[in-house]
Design a binder for this molecule. Sequence first.
Ligand SMILES: CC1=C(CCC(=O)O)c2cc3nc(cc4[nH]c(cc5[nH]c(cc1n2)c(C)c5CCC(=O)O)c(CCC(=O)O)c4C)C(CCC(=O)O)=C3C
Ligand SMILES: [Fe+2]
Length: 359
Amino acid sequence: MTTPGDFDALLVLSFGGPEQPADVRPFLENVTRGRGVPPERLDTVVEHYMHFGGVSPINRLNRDIIDALRVEFDSAGVDLPIYFGNRNWHPMIEDTVATMKSDGIRNALVFPTSAWGGYSGCRQYHEDIARARAAVGDDAPHLLKIRQYYDHPLMVDAFSDAVASARATLPEQHRAGARLVFTAHSIPSAADANAGPPEDGGHLYSRQVAEASRLVAAASGVDDYDLVWQSRSGPPQVPWLDPDICDHVEALSEKSVDAVIVCPIGFVSDHLEVVWDLDTEAEEKARELGMAFARAGTPGSDARFPRMIRELVDEYRVGGRCRGLGSVPGYGSTLDGSRCAVGCCEQPTRPSRPAAATS
Ligand SMILES: CC1=C(CCC(=O)O)c2cc3nc(cc4[nH]c(cc5[nH]c(cc1n2)c(C)c5CCC(=O)O)c(CCC(=O)O)c4C)C(CCC(=O)O)=C3C
Ligand SMILES: [Fe+2]
């Protein structure tokens, strides 16, 4: 047995996205298998990807993060190889873990590109880890997932600088008064209610998102702001976290707000949910209503992001300090895909088909 701190690799684990038009359907089938997403919604999302030539930016952005992390590791003397695997598209985590095994890796850390608790943001990554290890069979490397890092000071700083840069792109007369609006991926309200260890009271995802928004707003010197949600995909009769970003832009316009800064607090990089749902849909909505619009950047491309990953790795590798500014707890660090606690981030049962025969 290796000792807990004795790691021999880092696996960067992400969501995955298509890299050519032929990938789009099979990718979406992987994402939505068994999840009760209506087929009409899938057709719409296919079109979103096709607007970008059937290529999501997400894999390239993750490879950029890994390149920057290599430089950070080398300059800090962290001698770990870095692997890349995804839940939904190539490089698939199963293939990556097989490669790690054949390279002789025994005991790796896993950095997830989601900072959050909840089923989609945390537990599903544990499931990916367990599935990949099972697929690889005997002698699969041990995989220890890094904790939720929603309130890491380097991420908060990167977001608040991005808010300042976005503000600076607005026409002069709108800069001081622009409304700051945070947005994160919506999830079913029932999934949010179950998020976190049951004894912690639930709603861990929305509490962490609210806390991260509060921290970034405070670092930006803003005390009045909004938190909204985006990219919902469930059937309309199932409640998800709301309001939706586009509805909110409309509501602000009715209150005579004439400029917004949208900060995608729920995302690490400018992947499709950001470049479509915000830069295309929300921005169009704002323009239609005559509002000035600026979208803050995501932290993945900020130099502080690889530093944050290195600090997180050092917490496990050498007992480095665990930094976090928030008062909502972070969980999510377990070995080989085990749960944080009994019932943690339980996936509520969903209708397999919308409005299925309830007579
Ligand atoms: C909390 C959360 C995060 C943040 C945490 C994390 O980063 O992990 C996130 C990230 C992302 N979500 C992404 C894409 C999609 N999410 C979908 C569907 C869903 N997301 C959900 C939640 C989340 N999603 C949920 C509850 C569903 C319903 C189906 C289900 O219960 O699983 C669908 C299906 C079609 C549709 O949109 O309806 C797609 C295509 C991409 C990649 C974009 C690209 O390709 O660049 C990324 C980074
Ligand atoms: Fe998603």
